[in-house]
Design a protein around this ligand. Structure first.
Ligand SMILES: Nc1ncnc2c1ncn2[C@@H]1O[C@H](COP(=O)(O)OP(=O)(O)OP(=O)(O)O)[C@@H](O)[C@H]1O
Ligand SMILES: [Mg+2]
Length: 468
């Protein structure tokens, strides 16, 4: 039986070419031109892999992804993204997309991505069923990194644990380790003997928030046949982790504030106040200051939460850790997969260091897991990295140069143009070819940047080139 792939894209041409390319590879392929049709098709066909365009005309690819994952969590999902959709891609990875391919892609790349992602996911399942799982308990030593920003985070965690602070806000981009920090705060403290309880505010409808958090008495609503404890009560003595607190509805924010201030609450339908002793750790990747300015997030709640805060650095802000983290992840997965001899080549490390890592540590960790699962080599080379990591290196090198040196884009361009001109001994025709711009554009830019040859024709003045 061949593996089934479902392609959901609103462009007929894309559906056709992908179908042909994937069928040639031995996949059996279904296509759908809209999100709705795609979901229906997935219900009937139960594909192993879905390839979904992020922009689908009628619906957002993210919604479709969510529905597919709900329908069949094990389905391998690959997103097609356009340039500049980084935020959506990051969101997709968080929802559970396995990988993404950026437009314009070539068909080989797409086919390779489908094949490899499917294989990696199967191997991962195999290892997981053999007990390969991330542990729930997290210690400080599992927050990896040797650069100053992450050292500072560990120091703050130590301080908070010692001080016994009751409420902590953890902020940072997606994949920077907010949950890891929340768990470390719990397991490093003397609360560790009590429960760590997580409530994901974005995953629960506003109307159920209160009963989930505070519980309810029997008979409060029709299907409340029994009294149920809320998560606040269950966490008594331990830590209550309020994840994605930026997504908590406005009305519920007020209830949260009262609870945070008093550490008391009432079950829905209950008559007495209950008191609990919990440390509350809240996390978000939203900019809460901006959200409170625009009126989405209560100012009083933000001020209450912000008293003790941890701001996690993005991976870009601690570039010095990329090689170290990558090596540690390769080592970790290598041990589990019986490939302990695997290591990264200098060239591969160079690619890793010049990639942007919008998904931060999560993305790096996933990338390393995938290589260890898929490759049977000792030395990991650039070729083993996915195209987007390899391919972005020049672009992000410029970005890196800019952020390190504080140069503006124009200055980087100026530097580059002058250098190329120097290398061609001032031959502007050659230089424009190398730069991939017309000679006239080059001349304009030289003028703009005040290069001496921008005004007078020099060495190539005898070369006549007609430019449209
Ligand atoms: N400093 C670190 N050392 C080792 N692993 C890390 C580190 N930071 C993050 N990770 C790993 O990266 C992955 C994502 O971390 P985590 O779930 O804590 O991120 P997050 O900030 O909660 O992201 P999101 O906002 O998307 O929920 C996990 O597998 C975690 O173990
Ligand atoms: Mg998280």
């Amino acid at each position: 039986m061949s593996d089934r792939v479902l392609v959901i894209d609103d462009e007929l041409g894309v559906r056709r070419t992908l179908r042909r390319a994937l069928e040639e590879e031995g996949f059996s392929v279904e296509t759908a031109g809209s999100g709705r049709k795609g979901i229906r098709c997935a219900e009937e066909e139960r594909p192993h892999v879905a390839v979904v365009d992020l922009k689908l005309g009628d619906t957002s690819g993210l919604e479709v992804l969510r529905d597919l994952k709900r329908l069949q969590p094990s389905m391998v999902t690959i997103m097609i993204s356009a340039y500049g959709e980084v935020q959506d891609v990051v969101q997709a990875m968080k929802i559970g997309a396995d990988d993404y391919v950026q437009k314009p892609y070539d068909l080989d790349e797409m086919v390779r991505c489908v094949r490899q992602t499917l294989r990696a996911s199967r191997m991962r399942e195999e290892y997981r069923s053999a007990g390969w799982r991330a542990p729930d308990a997290v210690g400080l030593d599992q927050i990896l990194g040797r650069t100053e920003p992450i050292e500072a985070v560990r120091a703050t965690i130590r301080k908070i644990v010692r001080s016994g602070a009751q409420t902590v806000l953890v902020q940072g981009d997606t994949g920077t380790g907010k949950e890891l920090v929340a768990r470390a705060l719990h397991y490093e403290s003397d609360r560790a003997a009590f429960p760590f309880v997580k409530l994901n505010c974005s995953a629960i409808p506003d109307s159920l928030f209160e009963s989930e958090l505070f519980g309810h008495e029997r008979g409060t609503f029709t299907d409340a046949q029994e009294t149920r404890k809320g998560l606040a009560e269950i966490a008594d003595g331990g830590t209550l982790f309020l994840d994605e607190i930026g997504d908590c509805g406005f009305a519920n924010q007020a209830k949260l504030l009262t609870f945070i201030e008093e550490r008391r609450f009432r079950r829905l339908g209950g008559r007495e106040d209950l008191a609990v002793d919990v440390r509350i750790v809240a996390a978000t990747n939203k900019d809460l200051d901006a959200a409170s300015e625009s009126g989405e997030f209560r100012k009083d709640l933000l001020h209450r939460l912000k008293v003790i805060g941890i701001m996690l650095p993005s991976l870009r802000e601690r570039e010095g850790d990329i090689a170290y983290l990558a090596a540690r992840f390769v080592e970790e997965f290598g041990e589990r997969a019986d490939k302990a001899e695997m290591s990264l080549s200098d060239e591969a490390i160079e690619c890793l260091e010049s990639y942007g890592w919008p998904g931060n540590v999560r993305e790096l960790r996933n990338a390393m897991e995938r290589i260890v699962l898929l490759e049977d080599c000792q030395l990991i080379l650039p070729d083993h990295l996915s195209q987007k990591i390899r391919g972005s290196s020049t672009l992000s090198r410029v970005r890196g140069l800019m952020s390190r040196t504080g140069l503006a884009l124009a200055e980087v361009e100026r530097e580059h143009i002058f250098r190329v001109l120097e290398e061609t001994d001032g031959n502007r025709t050659r230089a424009s070819e190398i730069l991939g711009i017309t000679r006239q554009t080059l001349i304009n830019k030289l003028k703009m940047y005040g290069h001496p040859s921008g005004t007078v024709s020099e060495k190539d003045s005898n070369v006549a080139i007609d430019e449209a």
